[in-house]
Design a protein around this ligand. Structure first.
Ligand code: CMP
Length: 138
């Protein structure tokens, strides 16, 4: 049983030239890209993507960050039903001081705000985010 999730190299990752490193880590794990694109993010898309954080103090900063420069959006597939979880392990913890060395954030991120990568946090959010970002194209 295969499953898919949404992963995004955020503006800081693209600006720092880390897209190849991020894709490589996903691929070396044994996961496959089934759709990907470098794209600018509108205010509306950023707000919709982070809708669950709308009442958080860091929301406006988060939307401004995501719209700052292009992101590399991906649909990632793996052989089991836990692809979203595998990706989250590769990505590392959200809080920068919790992100372990060996994870993408643990190896490359120095702040919680600009933490390089987003990965869906469950099966339902994966479906929602794949539809939001890729529509019928994935
Ligand atoms: P992400 O996994 O994309 O999901 C929500 C994002 O909010 C998170 O990564 C961080 O980039 C950002 N963020 C900024 N500040 C915080 C915070 N204090 N707690 C959680 N997320 C934060």
């Amino acid at each position: 049983m295969t499953s898919r999730t949404f992963v995004m190299a955020k503006p800081d990752a693209v600006e720092r030239g880390l897209v190849g490193e991020i894709v490589s880590r996903l691929e070396r794990k044994g996961l496959t890209l089934v759709a990907a694109e470098l794209r600018s993010v509108s205010q509306e898309l950023a707000q919709e993507h982070y809708a669950e954080h709308a009442d958080k103090p860091f929301y406006d900063e988060l939307v401004a960050f995501l719209t700052r420069s292009p992101v590399f959006a991906m649909v990632v597939e793996g052989p089991g039903d836990d692809t979203w979880e595998l990706c989250r392990i590769l990505i590392g913890k959200t809080k920068v001081t919790d992100a372990q060395p060996g994870s993408i954030r643990g190896d490359f991120a120095t702040t919680t705000n600009e933490n390089l990568v987003h990965g869906s946090d469950g099966t339902e959010s994966a479906a929602r985010e794949i539809k939001l970002w890729f529509g019928d194209r994935a």
